[in-house]
Design a protein around this ligand. Sequence first.
Ligand code: GLU
Length: 408
Amino acid sequence: MARPLLPIFTPFHRMKPSIRKMDTPHVLKNARILIIKIGTALVAQSDGNGIKAGWLEALAQDIREHLATKCKIIIVSSGAVALGRKAMNIPLGIAPQTIALEKKQAASAVGQYHLFHGYHEAFAKCGLPLAQVLLTMSETENRRMHLNARATLNALLDQGIIPVINENDTISTGEIRFGDNDRLAARVAQMTQADCVLLLSTTDGLYTANPDIDPGAVHIPLVERLSDEHTKMAGDAVPGLSTGGMKSKVDAALSATRSGIHMVIAKGVQNHALAHILTDKDTRTTLFLASSTHKSARKKWIQAHLRPKGRVFIDNGAQTALKSGKSLLPVGVRRIEGNFERGDVIEIRTLEGEKLGMGLSAYNTEDALKIMGHGSEEIGAIVGYTGRSELIHRNDLTLDIQDSSSKG
Ligand code: GLU
């Protein structure tokens, strides 16, 4: 099979000097805030018999030895559902995606206790204080709650305490779930303005195809700029103990890198895997370089939204205006979907459905539908009050491509 290698790899001699020195140990060691995401298979015994205490102790030692004095650490850990399976009588062979929701939620309530207890035991031996933080998606998608959660995390970090975060699986359902901790880790990174996310799992990175199926799959050590090709390579999640698979990792990488955050995928199965990753350049990983660092925190928050409340489809004239840094006016909008309030984050798409970016709507769905296609001077007469001339103001707008609006 012919592989589209050219856009994926840049030969070393053709890399910019600033990129050439970017390897995984360099990026991890220079982070001021580092998010370490731990996959279920690393912390939970595969036979259902509890936590891997030895692995956790090795992790705590590596953090104390190599990172604790240099940077602030946040751990995002999976494992609650797996550690609560036995108590809830859920057989080992069943993939997490197929367990009935209420059983999974109950399992996570049991397992989260064992999970945090395991971390506490291991980290206390190294003198590293921890705090348990359970987040739901609404805390991160709502600006006020997002700022509250961020303040709590910052207060913990300032005190030298390592937050150990998981999704609050017991109360998160359906539409309002992250569902996998790869995306949660990227969101926490964006929330705390971290420099890097390290995803520790059972795989050592992204390959040109699924290496379990295709023996010709080639490992990709560095992704300078994520493209659709990479997303295709990741394929869909393969059912198993873990929830997300490579697809959710690449989605998380897209979200993180667009917010100016590097991401690393590395294999963490062996005891002291972290020490090897930090000290040995030859340890196989995939490093996704941050693609933008100059967006405001507010724009990064808008861009990292996972569940926009609606979509507006815009014509060519509006697209040109947005790309030159202008606001989105109602006149350029042809179609609207969803149910949103004023101030909600909505997606901006072309008429063909291609996603262009996101922004905060100045109108609710009802009024947006009325003013769509109309000149801004007509808005007052249509809605019956003096509203804004723009549907999305340029300061509330972030495009997926590099654009002049991203400086705001
Ligand atoms: N929150 C889930 C758990 O603790 C894990 C989600 C994931 O595997 O990414 O079991």
